[in-house]
Design a binder for this molecule. Structure first.
Ligand SMILES: [Zn+2]
Length: 186
């Protein structure tokens, strides 16, 4: 399971809507290998999510997982989501910090729906239908956007909150609302 290079902003895959995976092909080695590579690459990059276009693959597939911050939010076990449809199940928007493995080192405040319903297929081609909230909902919305050629910068309402993590850490450490360890990075 090799770690693959993550493409960065400027690569056309990040701005191209991804195509659905044919359900009959999900169990084939090509897709299964891609899933394994994505999980490995996400962990290696210390991200909490990764979408296929970030590896230059234009298919509707993302993975996410998070562990290690129990005081902030519960661990999120690994999820593989194929051909997702996302519908907000809360009209409430919440702002929090986000970063992107394809836009290294930058962080910004992004509004997201507090909760979303996720429908799609898992890595065995079985139907998925669940509601996620809070941090998990944020990660899902970030990854889902990648499948539509959208990045978190497009979602920001105030670009003045955009900054390099190193600078935030130096000048904002300890300030309310800033915690680099608790940032959704996908
Ligand atoms: Zn991202």
């Amino acid at each position: 399971m090799p770690v693959l290079p993550i493409v960065r902003l400027g690569h056309p895959a990040l701005r191209t809507p991804a195509r659905p995976v044919e359900p009959g092909r999900i169990r084939e080695p090509g897709i299964q290998q891609l899933i394994d590579d994505m999980v490995e690459t996400m962990h290696d990059a210390h991200g909490v999510g990764l979408a296929a276009p970030q590896l230059g693959e234009g298919v509707q597939l993302f993975v996410y997982a998070s562990e290690g911050h129990p005081e902030k939010h519960p661990d999120i076990p690994l999820r593989v989501v194929i051909n997702p449809m996302i519908t907000p199940s809360s009209r409430e928007l919440v702002y929090d910090w986000e970063g992107c493995l394809s836009i290294p080192d930058l962080r910004g405040m992004v509004p997201r729906h507090l909760a979303v319903r996720v429908q799609g297929l898992d890595r065995d081609g079985r139907p998925l239908d669940f509601v996620a909230s809070d941090f998990e909902a944020r990660v899902i919305q970030h990854e889902y956007d990648h499948l539509n050629g959208i990045i978190f910068l497009d979602r920001m309402r105030d670009l003045r909150t955009l900054g390099y993590m190193e600078e935030w850490n130096e000048h904002m450490a300890g300030h309310e609302g800033w915690d680099a360890d608790d940032t959704a990075v996908g």
